[in-house]
Design a protein around this ligand. Structure first.
Ligand SMILES: NC(=O)c1ccc[n+]([C@@H]2O[C@H](COP(=O)([O-])OP(=O)(O)OC[C@H]3O[C@@H](n4cnc5c(N)ncnc54)[C@H](O)[C@@H]3O)[C@@H](O)[C@H]2O)c1
Ligand SMILES: [Zn+2]
Length: 403
């Protein structure tokens, strides 16, 4: 070792819990109070941030939450008025709002023994948890995800962030939550669109990690679309297991390397969300992104025609419109598809070297460090051709036959 260097290896270990329960704001369910008061003897201070969409469609929820805190007042105390955060992507796109979140945490005199309780969809969780992760260099956060996508993906990981410079998640941190509590009752007020969107992330994680789970999704697609809660609970739980296993055993929890298997389908998804002015939700964009990368994998002969067709059919049966108009937006001078900019933005986000996950089979991810943009364009045109909606598997075949 050179004399002008002192080196030590710092090993970090985090306990990362996703807890499943029902009706968590009912006074008869002590789980939330137990989780919040676990580490402190005295009454713990809590600030609540809640998604405006959740409040809008659950008119008595704020009152119910207040009753809950009153009932358990010896152990947990709300030290600020509940802060209602506008739901959806605007929660991540508003610097003034972000400053307000910080102000609330400051005015409530939260310290590193206090808790931020974040209740909402992925966007609200991303923004509130980012704020909580930088105040006092990190306040404990308990996340209560309220969309399918947040319960099976966004809310259960260790990342957060807000958008800046028109780029998704340009600011953000890795900050493991104190706990995540998934309550399926909170999903009841979702509209069909948000119910469906979260299933794209399930297809994604199944395709790269668990072929049996993909077969299960295929078999249960109709029940899932018909909002069978038991099927949805199985789907969410399996996704959570696969995610936590990836974070724990994947070897790169803070994503220092370039490989991002869980970002399968996401280079295109992030760009599509942006091109649509966030009218296309994240989950829907991920479904389209998966379709593009599946067709590309097939055109490049990595993935069999049959498997590609099964994947497209599954996405269509789940109700996703894969031929969104935003795929066609072209640069006014060069005529090239703006979607392709998603590749360079993705490269920049992961650190300069492109690494895209494709498939060589269902459950078999394949990392590549270059893509043939002409073939990507072919794959995209395959979806555009079916813009009116790719409804049947016969139409799937025609999409895959663009070669
Ligand atoms: N941090 C991560 O690891 C990670 C992973 C995946 C996605 N994300 C992010 O998550 C965001 C998408 O999250 P999302 O799909 O949950 O959507 P969302 O947060 O954008 O919410 C969609 C809509 O649903 C409403 N809503 C939320 N819960 C509701 C409920 N129970 N009842 C009625 N309406 C409700 C919201 O108000 C909003 O209008 C994107 O910004 C994406 O980038 C983050
Ligand atoms: Zn995602």
């Amino acid at each position: 070792m050179s004399s002008n260097e002192i080196r030590s290896e710092i090993r970090l270990s985090f306990d990362h819990r996703v807890i499943f329960s029902e009706n968590i704001f009912s006074v008869s369910n002590p789980l939330l109070a137990d989780v919040l008061s676990q580490t402190n003897e005295s009454t713990v201070s809590v600030s609540l941030f809640i998604d405006g969409g959740v409040v809008q469609f659950n008119s008595s929820l704020l009152e119910k939450i207040q009753n809950y805190f009153d009932f358990y007042s010896k152990r947990i105390q709300l030290v600020s008025l509940p802060f209602v955060v506008p739901g959806g992507e605007p929660a991540k796109n508003d610097e003034k709002l972000f400053r307000e979140l910080i102000n609330v945490m400051h005015d409530a005199k939260l310290c590193r023994h206090s808790y931020v309780l974040a209740v909402g969809g992925g966007a609200v969780l991303d923004s509130v948890c980012f704020a909580a992760s930088i105040v006092h260099r990190g306040i404990r956060q308990v996340r209560i995800p309220t969309t399918v996508l947040a319960q099976n993906d966004a809310g259960i990981g260790i990342k957060n962030g807000i958008d800046l410079f028109g780029k998704k998640n340009f600011l953000g941190t890795f900050y493991p939550p104190f706990a995540v509590i998934n309550d399926c009752f909170l999903l009841l007020s979702l509209n069909d669109r948000e119910w469906r969107n979260g299933m794209a992330e399930a297809v994604k994680v199944a395709l790269i990690r668990d072929p049996e789970f993909f077969c299960w999704i295929e078999e249960n697609a109709d029940s899932l679309v018909c909002r069978d809660m038991n099927a949805m609970k199985i789907l969410i739980r399996r996704c959570a297991e696969l995610h936590l296993r990836h974070i724990e055993l994947g070897g790169d929890p803070f994503e220092r390397g370039s490989m991002r298997p869980l970002d399968f389908g996401h280079w295109a998804a992030h760009k599509l969300e942006h091109l649509s002015g966030f009218k296309i939700g994240h989950g829907h964009a991920v479904a389209v992104g998966i379709a593009i990368d599946v067709i590309y994998s097939c055109l490049k002969k990595h993935l069999s025609f049959n498997e590609a067709q099964r994947i497209l059919s599954c996405l269509i049966r789940l109700g996703f419109d894969l031929g969104v108009a935003e795929l066609q937006i072209a640069h006014p001078i060069t005529g090239s598809l703006l979607l392709l900019e998603g590749l360079s933005e993705f490269r920049e986000h992961i650190g300069g070297k492109l690494c895209i996950t494709l498939l060589s089979g269902i459950g078999k991810p394949l990392e590549v460090d270059e893509v043939d943009t002409a073939i990507i364009v072919k794959a995209v045109h395959g979806l555009i051709k079916k813009q009116e909606k790719v409804h049947t598997s016969a139409e799937c075949s025609s999409v895959l036959s663009v070669q």
